[in-house]
Design a protein around this ligand. Structure first.
Ligand code: ZN
Length: 121
């Protein structure tokens, strides 16, 4: 059976970074306990999103990227409002997980969540 795919859209807080993506219907949040995610506290999409299913529109110069450690993962955020919008993951470079709090119409804080053992990745 093919999973039901949904289209979601989201923005950073100020609206300079906008995006739409397709994924399975989001019914849970992934929380990760790695050094950056535990500080940020944002729930992420449980599925990674392939680049073909992710469309990003950002005002020129607004999308910033933070990297650390192996410099594989790319933690993207808005340089104007500072909100982390999505990450290109370390295990699947070029594929995204999105900050659920940025998604329009999603009650992100009330989704059930699972904690991912990113600390021991
Ligand atoms: Zn912003």
């Amino acid at each position: 059976m093919r999973p039901v795919m949904e289209t979601y859209s989201g923005t950073c807080h100020c609206g300079a970074v906008r995006f739409t993506f397709r994924t399975r219907e989001i019914s849970s949040a992934m929380l990760c306990d790695c050094s950056i995610c535990s500080r940020r506290g944002a729930g992420l999409t449980p599925e990674t999103i392939p680049p073909a299913d992710m469309h990003i529109t950002a005002a020129p110069g607004t999308l910033k990227t933070y990297q650390f450690g192996t410099k594989t993962a790319q933690h993207h955020f808005c340089g104007t409002c500072g909100i982390h919008t999505f990450v290109e993951t370390r295990l699947n470079p070029g594929h995204y997980r999105v900050n659920l709090g940025c998604i329009k119409g999603l009650d992100a804080l009330r989704l059930p969540s699972e904690i991912y053992d990113g600390q021991n990745l």
